[in-house]
Design a protein. Structure first.
Length: 94
C-alpha cells in the first residue's frame, strides 16, 4: 500500500499540508520576503519536493515573461468597438 503523501523516494517528509503551506508563501519566497529560518525551511522543502520546485520554476518563468513581454496596444478601431460593446452590455450603455 502506498502513502498518498509520500515523496518520489517514498519518504513522508513532505505532506500535502506541507506543500500547501509552502505554496501559500511562494510569492514571499520569490520576492525574498522570508526571514532566514523560513527561507531555510523553504529551501529544504524544495530540495526534496520536485512538484513544489516545478511550481517555483513556473512562477519565476511567468514573472520573467511578464517583465520582458510588452503587451501590444490594440488598434484604435478595435479598442473603440470593444468599449462600445462593454458599455452596451453594462449600465453605461443605457
Amino acid at each position: 500500500m502506498t502513502n498518498k503523501n509520500a515523496g518520489i523516494d517514498g519518504s513522508t517528509h513532505h505532506t500535502k499540508k506541507g506543500c500547501v503551506d509552502k505554496l501559500k508563501k511562494m510569492s514571499d519566497y520569490v520576492d525574498n520576503d522570508l526571514d532566514n529560518v523560513a527561507k531555510k525551511s523553504f529551501d529544504d522543502h524544495l530540495a526534496n519536493c520536485p512538484p513544489c520546485l516545478m511550481v517555483l520554476k513556473s512562477l519565476r518563468k511567468t514573472l520573467e515573461i511578464f517583465k520582458t513581454d510588452k503587451t501590444p496596444e490594440l488598434p484604435k478601431n478595435l479598442a473603440n468597438e470593444l468599449k462600445e460593446k462593454i458599455l452596451h452590455k453594462t449600465d453605461g450603455g443605457r
